[in-house]
Every structure is written in C-alpha cells, then in structure tokens.
Design a protein around this ligand. Structure first.
Ligand code: ZN
Length: 235
C-alpha cells in the first residue's frame, strides 16, 4: 500500500498535485467527480491534461494508472449553488460565496477513500488550500485532518490525506510546478488546465484560458503575475 489516489478536477491546483504525487509515489491513480457542473469543459480538460502529461513526462507516464470517474449527480440535486445552477456568483447570506457546494469535499474525500480502499492506495492527495481560498470551510486543514481520522476509523485503514498546497498561495503553486517539472510543466498547467467558474475556453490570456472576470480567473491571473514577477527578480 504505497500508491496514491489524486483528486483531479482538471484545474491548476489538482494538476500540480498530480505532478507532485508522480514525483513521490510509484503508482498514481486519479479520481474525478461529475456532479452536473454547469460547465463541462473542466471534465474535458482533465482527460486532455492526463494524456499530455504522460506524453511530456514519460517517466511519470509509466506510473500514471487508472482514472476513476464517479457520477455524483446527487450533489446537484441537494445543493443550490452557482456551480450547479445557472445563477450569478455572489455572496450568500452565510457570508460564503454561492460557489460553495456544501458537503462537496466531504463527499469527494469519502468516495476517494472507498476507491483507495478497493485499489489498495495509501495516500489520498487533494489540492485544497487555506491560504488564498474563498473561505470554503471544507478546505480547512482541520476539516481534512478530521476526515483522515474518520476515514481511518470507519474503514480500518491507515490512509494519509496529503494536502501539498494547504499553506501556499497561487504564486507558490506555479513555483511548485516549476520545481517539479520545469517550465515545460508550467506551460502544460497554464495551457491545458481550466479553473474558470464560467468554463470559458475561448479567451486566451498569459495565465491560460478563462473568462478573466470570475473570482477563480482573478485568483489564477494574480497568482501567475506574482509568480512571473518573482521569477524575473530571481533571474
Ligand atoms: Zn472565469
């Protein structure tokens, strides 16, 4: 039991986590969730990125195993959010952005645990982050630690929930990609992943594809610009 299961959505964070896992573990599988996201483009981006990554880094390609795609359409039935319904992104009465899908990461990690159990994978890797997140309570370090305890008690295993991005910001996430796979990986993450809440693949920017306006694009753009600035100072 030394392999890893990476929660891979097709966005920048989970793509960087996938590369991180491929440098550390001998066998790496991925899991993705279809919860009737308003925008399906990210589901396309994830299979394209996996294929491109294996081609660009053959050493990682041999370690990259199965992709598990789970249908969690039930999540759209029980939640009323800007990610699953056609509504504008805004702040909800709770003070959280209405892109927060309650229970999403709890369900994702629980299903990941069930798949990791069956596949005999010890490490479950997720790109959640407390640093410059949108205040999602299920991205907190305490939530993840509590879930690790719950999964290990409930499944009688010793899973390790890995969160390589927990304490770093978006600029440092780009830098992590550079350290893991050089500029080739940075370019792949920039060009092939999709983070945009609007699922916009038609507009190209220096930091990748996206509407350029939504909070996810804003965070990604600022992070990329900050990383480029760090790079030029060092160079
Ligand atoms: Zn966007």
């Amino acid at each position: 039991m030394s392999g890893a299961l990476v929660l891979f959505s097709g966005g920048q964070d989970s793509a960087t986590c996938l590369a991180w896992a491929l440098t550390r573990f001998e066998r790496v599988e991925t899991i993705g969730f279809d919860y009737r996201q308003r925008h399906r483009a990210e589901l396309t981006a994830r299979s394209e990125f996996r294929a491109d990554l294996a081609r660009a880094f053959p050493d990682w390609g041999v370690k990259l195993g199965d992709d598990h795609m789970l249908d969690l359409g039930v999540l759209a039935e029980v939640s009323d959010t800007a990610l699953t319904r056609d509504m504008a992104i805004a702040t909800a009465a709770s003070g959280l952005p209405n892109t927060f899908v309650p229970g999403r990461n709890l369900l994702f990690l629980t299903f990941a645990g069930a798949v990791a159990y069956r596949r005999d994978l010890k490490h479950i890797v997720t790109g959640v982050c407390e640093t410059d997140y949108s205040g999602y309570p299920d991205c907190r370090d305490d939530t993840i630690k509590a879930l690790q305890v719950a999964l290990n008690l409930g499944m009688e295993r010793r899973f390790v929930l890995e969160t390589p991005l927990m304490w770093i910001d978006k600029a440092a996430t780009w830098e992590m990609a550079r350290q893991l796979g050089g500029l080739r990986l940075v370019d792949l993450v920039r060009d092939r992943t999709l983070t945009c809440y609007e699922g916009d693949t038609t507009h190209e920017h220096a930091w990748g594809r996206g509407c350029g306006v939504c909070p996810a694009c804003d965070l990604r753009a600022k992070g990329y610009v900050a990383w480029r600035r760090m790079e030029s100072v060092q160079a």
